[in-house]
Design a protein around this ligand. Structure first.
Ligand code: SF4
Ligand code: SF4
Length: 147
């Protein structure tokens, strides 16, 4: 692990629970289904969202129960950030874990919770629910605006 990563992770480990939760930019990119290719390990995102995502607010509708209801839902914590390589490149936790700054549209930087939507970073208006898509059709929903 690089020294800058260690520094970023150490800082994250010092955050209070409230500060940790506030770090989430509300983009909901992590609530999109991904396809991982066997062999290469390549991961691509689809615009298919978890059934519990409120597609307008981009917030989870079952936040306190999310990992029980959705076993693949990832509960981020300072001690698992090194393993969440599949999180979006814009994810605030991933950025800070790698010692990188938050973007200008992050609500903690802009002071405006709407800035993540206005900057086109959130999934608002761009996704469909997994309830409406047959799993065989997922490849047709691959996107390149989340990596
Ligand atoms: S990708 Fe990261 S910052 Fe965006 S909603 Fe998910 S946890 Fe929050
Ligand atoms: S359970 Fe909630 S946080 Fe987890 S993927 Fe679904 S909408 Fe996102």
């Amino acid at each position: 692990m690089h020294t800058e990563n260690k520094t970023g992770l150490q800082k994250l480990a010092c955050l209070s629970h409230r500060e940790w939760e506030q770090l989430c930019d509300g983009c909901a990119r992590c609530c999109l289904h991904k396809i991982e290719f066997e062999g290469t390990g390549e991961i691509v995102y689809t615009r298919i969202a978890c059934r519990y995502l409120d597609q307008h607010s981009c917030r989870c509708g079952v936040y306190e129960e999310r990992t029980r209801l959705v076993p693949t839902c990832c509960r981020l914590a300072p001690d698992n950030l090194e393993d969440v390589y599949f999180m979006p490149e814009t994810c605030a936790y991933r950025l800070l874990a790698h010692g990188q700054p938050l973007a200008s549209w992050h609500p903690l930087v802009s002071g405006d919770a709407a800035s993540v939507h206005e900057a086109g970073i959130s999934v608002r208006g761009r996704v469909v629910s997994e309830s409406d898509v047959d799993s065989d059709d997922w490849p047709a929903y691959v996107i390149d605006w989340v990596q």
